[in-house]
Design a protein around this ligand. Structure first.
Ligand SMILES: [Zn+2]
Ligand SMILES: [Zn+2]
Length: 185
């Protein structure tokens, strides 16, 4: 198999964890991870890893960089288009998945990022509609919020927000809203 990012580079066996094998590109550091391998690993691995070396392969040691490819990517195995799944709200990284082959492409550093976010043990969750929908909704809320912050300014926005939080908890919320609407319409 060849790297989907680097022309002419083969994918070679590489351990993401002592007992989690992937196929990685030397040039870009990306790795193709079989979800079959992954599931086996996530069900069987122990939380504490003492072994660093298996069959002469070293576990990925970390730099700090995390890459993310922005181009549409073809599956190195079957050549079909992979689908991108956003990891979370706080970063823009996306993992490519070929649902046909059940293989995920992790760009350089993305496995480490998953570990930092404590998502490495729940990788398949990222590929669910629910996870993706949740991220979209939260991003939408953030957009709306930043629009109003820009409109009101920080200080006034935090006053309004404080009032909103107070109102949300209030047993007479509906009546208070009604009162406000009647008076300010
Ligand atoms: Zn590559
Ligand atoms: Zn494929």
């Amino acid at each position: 198999m060849h790297c989907p990012q680097c022309k002419g580079y083969r994918l070679e066996p590489k351990l993401l964890e002592p007992d989690l094998l992937a196929a990685s590109c030397k040039k870009c550091g990306g790795a193709l991870l079989s979800l079959l391998n992954y599931r086996h690993w996530s069900e069987h691995h122990s939380a504490v890893h003492e072994v660093e070396k298996v069959e002469g392969l070293r576990v990925e040691s970390g730099g700090d960089e995390v890459d993310d490819n922005h181009t549409a990517q073809l599956c190195p195995k079957c050549g079909r288009m992979m689908t991108k799944f956003r990891i979370g709200l706080e970063n823009n990284n996306r993992i490519d998945l070929c649902s046909g082959c059940d293989e995920a492409w992790l760009d350089n550093g993305e496995w480490r990022l998953l570990k930092q976010l404590e998502l490495h043990e729940k990788l398949p969750k990222i590929f669910t509609d629910e996870w993706q929908r949740n991220i979209r909704q939260q991003r939408q809320q953030q957009l709306v919020k930043s629009k109003y912050i820009a409109l009101f300014g920080d200080e006034d926005f935090s006053k309004v927000d404080e009032f909103k939080n107070w109102l949300d908890q209030h047993p007479d919320k509906a009546e208070i809203k009604q009162y406000l609407i009647i008076n300010y319409d």
